[in-house]
Ligand binder design. Structure first.
Ligand code: NAP
Length: 498
């Protein structure tokens, strides 16, 4: 079967005559060939910015192929943003418009590194941009982290977002849960753990996730930050949203509301910090004096603790049975130091949300301390610090897992600017024919989804959503397909070879 012949070729804008290696990349005889690895916001923004660059407006021809290891595009938006965040999920609409224009080819379900190597890509493309993100949990090296019931927050996110490579079942047996970290991922994890499953039915959560959450016996989720309320890394909107979950009470502790000189300064000068400290303080003031479970009206509680630094996860018979913290105090600069006083909380599960960490995409130098590809402003560097010609990075794999999705636009602009500055020095691809990479994937039996394949899968998920709406009485825009095989089968109608 000839896969994606017409569609992806049409998208590549492949000229009638085969482009030759001799012609200058970007000339009218042959476009500049660029491979972008990763179709999350970072990759799509880079591709979009390149197509709209001044150089392109002035006649530079470009032909961009976007690769993703998953059959569906959108990376972190599909597999990292919580399902009850439709506003952020809505960024998909902007990314869709870019990819639907027809000038960028999409190759989903292609793993760069195994299905096709970087060396091979370099024979087909003049430049390669890594936009592979950071998807793993940062480590938390405390005793007991390996116990059954101790989880990485990012893994849980992957589960509730229906990631194809994560087991379908998630053990949700704990009544009391600790979430470590005061960033937005900790908020997502704690909110998803504490929310009632029926309140998530309006979202795109897969059926297995609904069933798992529905069976959860959870009553109390505790979020622990190692510093104070003025040092949280949440953002105001996400924090306020915590109070919107039905039948979930927020519980705060007055002794945790400690502010040092640096806190006061941050509250005075930083709107976000001020807003969040006000939100937290208002919740504290409004809550009843007695917040013991028997006295709170809701059936579930979400506790926010500050000045708690995790020391050890304790276990019984190999399973989590509690967590020990050292209480901390602020040192005047906003940092925390231990007080020597220990506290223990009985919990049956611990989720660490202490940041994401990038993984080495292979064949490029990797900074194992920071979890990023070694780079200077997006130019990938060799071990000796010199730029590797034609190889670039953008997004979280370039600068680490910080910042909101919109921040990756600035990143992409910087990377693309360097790429265009380097135009004359790019190592021209030996085989710039856009058909060549299609031929290689076909010869290897790689079952990739093209853009049309994704559109098929997309519409299949919407049909599932409509069916679930008719059946369950709750309006659902889509229901996500989880397994890779099912995704490829749904995409097959167009062009995936299964
Ligand atoms: P993050 O914002 O960097 O937060 C990490 C948290 O973990 C911090 O509170 C940090 O405390 C704490 N931490 C680190 N090491 C620790 C340790 N050893 N013990 C105890 N606590 C520790 O990371 P994130 O939550 O993974 O978020 C990553 C990025 O994605 C952020 O930019 C975030 O805003 C973004 N994001 C946004 C949304 C949204 O907009 N809705 C949703 C999810 C993620 P310290 O501050 O003391 O280091």
């Amino acid at each position: 079967m000839s896969m994606k012949t017409s569609e992806n070729e049409k998208r590549a804008g492949s000229p009638a005559a085969k482009p030759t290696a001799e012609a200058a990349p970007g000339s009218t005889e042959r476009p500049l060939r660029v491979a972008v690895i990763g179709s999350g916001p970072a990759g799509v923004y880079a591709a979009d910015i390149l197509t709209k660059s001044e150089e392109v407006r002035n006649g530079l021809q470009v032909s961009i192929d976007l690769f993703d290891r998953y059959p569906a595009p959108y990376g972190l938006i599909r597999y990292g943003v919580a399902p009850d965040h439709p506003r952020i999920k809505g960024i998909v609409n902007a990314l869709h418009k870019v990819l639907d224009r027809g000038d960028i080819r999409f190759f989903g379900n292609v793993n760069v590194g195994t299905d096709i190597t970087l060396a091979e890509l370099k024979t087909y493309y003049d430049a390669v941009i890594f936009a592979t993100g950071a998807v793993n949990d940062a480590d938390l090296n405390i005793p007991g982290i390996e116990l059954e019931g101790s989880f990485g927050g990012a893994d849980f996110v992957s589960w509730y977002d229906g990631h194809p490579d994560v087991p379908r079942e998630w053990p949700l047996e704990a009544k009391e849960i600790a979430v470590i970290g005061n960033g937005n991922v900790a908020l997502d994890v704690a909110r998803m753990l504490s929310k009632h499953a029926d309140d998530l039915l309006v979202t795109e959560i897969p059926d297995n996730v609904y069933r798992g959450l529905k069976s959860s016996p959870v009553t109390d989720v505790h979020i622990f930050g190692r510093r104070g309320p003025a040092q949280v890394k949440f953002t105001p909107l996400e924090l306020r949203e915590l109070s919107h979950s039905k039948d979930v009470d927020i519980v705060l502790y007055p002794e945790d509301f400690v502010f040092d000189a640096a806190s006061d300064e941050a509250i005075r000068t930083n709107n976000q910090v001020r807003t969040m400290v006000n939100t937290l303080t208002n919740w504290l003031v409004e809550q009843d004096d007695d917040v013991t479970p028997a006295r709170t009206p809701a059936s579930r509680r979400l506790h926010l603790h500050f000045l708690h630094s995790p020391v050890e996860i304790t276990g019984t018979d190999g399973k989590v049975s509690g967590i020990k913290f050292e209480l901390t105090e602020l040192d005047g600069t906003g940092r925390a130091r231990g007080t020597g006083e220990m506290v223990h909380y009985p919990v049956q599960a611990v989720y660490r949300s202490v940041g994401y960490f990038g993984s080495a995409p292979g064949d490029v130098e990797f900074d194992h301390q920071r979890g990023v590809v070694l780079n200077d402003g997006g130019r990938v560097l060799a071990a000796d610090g010199t730029p590797v010609p034609g190889i670039y990075a953008t997004g979280w794999i370039k600068r680490g897992p910080v910042g909101l999705i919109g921040h990756t636009k600035g990143d992409a602009l910087e990377t693309v600017t360097y790429l265009l500055q380097d135009l004359a020095q790019l190592p021209a691809a030996a085989n710039p024919d856009p058909d060549a990479v299609v031929g290689l994937l076909a010869s290897r039996g790689i079952h990739y989804t093209g853009w049309e394949g994704w559109l098929e899968l997309d519409s299949h998920e919407r049909v599932l959503g409509a069916a679930a709406s008719a059946h369950g009485g709750v309006q659902r825009e889509r229901v996500k397909v989880v397994s890779r095989t099912d995704m490829l089968t749904a995409a097959r109608g167009a062009n995936a070879r299964v």
